[in-house]
Ligand binder design. Structure first.
Ligand code: G3I
Length: 316
């Protein structure tokens, strides 16, 4: 039987997982073995966020990120960089800056340093993450240190990243934007504006944190992905997880979860997406572990969702 990686490679798509320092945990060798065997790309779940890399102004701490990137490279895995600009991972010191020139200077310095540091080792970057708010009308987020950076800071973030590594593929990344809805409309308008102004953006990441009640069909996901694709942008599913209903890991619930995964992979392939990345490896490693949302269970056994993903990758 093929691995996820082999089945995905045959379709020209990277399959990946968010990883953490469990890769280096000698007491949990199955974690690293599973990642190396099954996936073609990794994302550091927290290890490349601003407060991780530059928690103190001007002091860049690259040790764990470099070790993780080296681990991936030695095993032939690509790396997605996550994320340069995200309000949630801004370090405390950034909040001292209140004027646009100050915040923009800090952003430029951070982006330039990080993207230059990783260079060709990181092929894809989430440049701006979750800037579209969930407030009515989906304005840009106000509760963010970046809100003080002035109206053009999103354009600038992409330009600085592009200047630091012209070969890198640059993404806008967000959640609850998979289907046709007000939020995906706002993201669509945002990226259309970026393109119109000649900003170097190459794709959109759809995080895809959903539940097993999610319906690819009813949400209008195919039409939504297609409109972004029609802008000439690459599509990636960047943080996929599908939580089980509260009644837990019953056979019926696991089958429903598998069906959602099957449909998500199908939607991804239908727009020639370049990557499908799950947000974790085995269920206990998930940020919402209670929902058992991933492809491998507590003991790293393949869940029904695993077979569904392989099946969707093999379907023609
Ligand atoms: O490592 C510290 C530990 O030293 C400390 O004792 C502990 C106490 O709270 O915190 C640990 O850090 C936590 C870190 O995860 C590692 O476990 C942070 O508090 C916690 O906030 C952090 O949560 C992460 C979250 O992003 C915020 O950065 C999640 O692991 C991560 O899965 C989640 O990922 C995000 C994506 O980046 C963006 N999209 C949504 C997605 C889910 O929220």
């Amino acid at each position: 039987a093929p691995t996820l990686k082999q089945a995905a490679q045959a379709r020209g798509v990277l399959i990946g997982a968010a990883v953490n320092s469990a890769l280096f945990d000698d007491l949990d060798p199955d974690y690293a073995d599973t990642v190396a065997r099954e996936f073609g790309v990794v994302v550091l779940e927290n290890g490349m966020k601003w407060k991780t890399l530059q928690g103190t102004q001007g002091e860049f701490v690259y040790g764990l990120a470099d070790a993780t990137v080296a681990w991936a490279q030695q095993r032939g895995l690509a790396v997605r960089g996550h994320t340069l600009i995200w309000h949630d991972s801004a370090p405390a010191w950034l909040y001292q800056f209140k004027t646009a020139p100050e915040v923009q200077a800090a952003m430029k310095s951070h982006i330039t340093n990080v993207v230059t540091h990783f260079g060709s080792r990181v092929k894809y970057w989430d440049v701006v993450n979750e800037v579209v708010s969930d407030a009515p009308g989906h304005p840009l987020r106000a509760n963010s240190p970046f809100a003080a950076a002035g109206p053009d800071y999103i354009d600038q973030a992409f330009r600085w990243a592009h200047a630091a590594n012209p070969q890198a593929r640059l993404y806008y990344n967000d959640y609850n934007t998979e289907g046709l809805n007000g939020k995906s409309d706002a993201v669509y308008a945002l990226v259309k504006g970026l393109l119109a102004r000649g900003v170097p953006i190459h794709g959109v990441g759809f995080q895809t944190h959903v539940s097993s009640a999610f319906s690819v069909k009813d949400s209008g996901m195919l039409a939504n992905l297609k409109r972004f694709r029609d802008l000439g942008l690459d599509i990636q599913m960047t943080e996929v997880d599908v939580t089980l209903p509260a009644s837990g890991a019953t056979p019926a619930n696991l089958a429903r979860q598998a069906q959602v995964y099957r449909d998500l992979v199908g939607a991804c392939l239908s727009v020639k997406c370049s990557a499908f990345v799950t947000w974790g490896v085995n269920d206990p490693s998930s940020w919402r572990a209670g929902g058992k949302p991933l492809l491998f269970d507590d003991l790293y056994a393949k869940k029904p969702a695993y077979g569904a993903v392989i099946g969707a990758l093999q379907a023609r």
